[in-house]
Design a protein around this ligand. Structure first.
Ligand code: GLU
Length: 299
């Protein structure tokens, strides 16, 4: 994945323009840990099957979405505006709009370790949070998607002082990753001699590497690219991915109707170009090429 500063600037301007258009300066919700945005007004009323989660959300007038607040490009809450932005946020907005164009969205900060819990407890309606689909998680939650496929990689200080070229080189090194993530499990499995430091969020790992408390941070390449972009040249990507991470939309476990609905929406936005637009205004501001959307897995 190659980064260019001019593209980043251009993308940033584009993203700001899009945010300005989408929001119209009419946003509430500045509570700590949540952010609320209002969808556009529309004449059209969408009918959902009686008793479905979609009908219930529509009646309520607000959808609650678990996302990350500290991951640039995917889910980042701006301290200045209180707005949450990123690819996950855009995907959540497109799903919300398909439920009802007038729906309000409440974004709730959802670190990796609590993603299943918030769905099981009914604290949120869905989770869009760089959330890898896997069988262990499917025991507690359902997934629509995937809507993106990342790969786990490694971030090191710019000069790569420990000469880390791939996952094997993490053995014997101080490596940071996050509780409840597939990333930390993969490091433990594939580099069993690594000295693993575990935090609740990836920004805490980035801080630990800035301070020299760890030699490397490992998680999905696109998360690392966002942190690198914010690091002012202090960090770099090893760029040797060693897993596949299909990102899904987490929904309550047995809600087949909601999974079908979200999968249909994803297929529609893949087709219409809205998915590519969402990608380009977020991840695409630092990553050069827009991938093809993945195949939906209707398991
Ligand atoms: N995609 C991986 C996961 O779902 C790592 C990223 C994250 O923790 O959000 O665990």
């Amino acid at each position: 994945m190659h980064l260019t500063r001019s593209r980043w600037m251009l993308g940033l301007l584009l993203a700001l323009a899009l945010v300005a258009t989408a929001c119209g300066g009419d946003n509430g919700g500045t509570d700590v840990g949540t952010d609320t945005t209002q969808g556009g007004d529309s004449e059209e009323t969408i009918e959902h099957p009686a008793g479905s989660a979609m009908a219930e959300i529509q009646d309520r007038g607000i959808i609650t979405v678990g996302t990350k607040f500290d991951q640039p490009l995917f889910g980042l809450k701006r301290a200045t505006t209180g707005e949450v932005e990123g690819f996950d946020v855009e995907i959540a907005k497109l799903i919300a709009e398909a439920i009802d164009p007038d729906l309000e969205i409440e974004f709730v900060e959802t670190p990796s370790a609590v993603r299943e819990d918030v769905l099981v407890n009914g604290d949120v309606d869905m989770v869009v949070a760089t959330y890898t689909i896997n069988d262990t998680r499917k025991e507690r939650v359902g997934f629509a998607g995937p809507y993106y496929v990342a790969g786990q990689d490694i971030m090191v200080p710019a000069g790569n002082p420990e000469d880390i070229q791939g996952v094997d080189d993490l053995n014997g090194k101080r490596v940071c990753s996050v509780q409840g993530s597939t990333s930390i499990e993969n490091v433990r499995e594939q580099a069993p001699e690594a000295e693993v430091t575990e935090f609740g969020t990836y920004s805490q790992c980035a801080d630990a590497m800035s301070d020299g408390r760890v030699d490397a941070v490992s998680t999905d390449n696109v998360i690392l690219v966002g942190l690198i972009d914010q690091s002012d040249g202090a960090f770099k990507l090893v760029d040797n991915p060693f897993t596949e991470e299909p990102y899904g939309i987490g929904v309550p476990k047995d809600d087949q109707a909601m999974r079908d609905f979200v999968n249909d929406v994803l297929e529609e936005i893949f087709e219409s170009g809205e998915w590519a637009e969402a990608y380009e205004s977020t991840v695409g501001t630092v990553a050069e090429t827009t991938p093809e959307p993945p195949e939906i897995d209707r398991y």
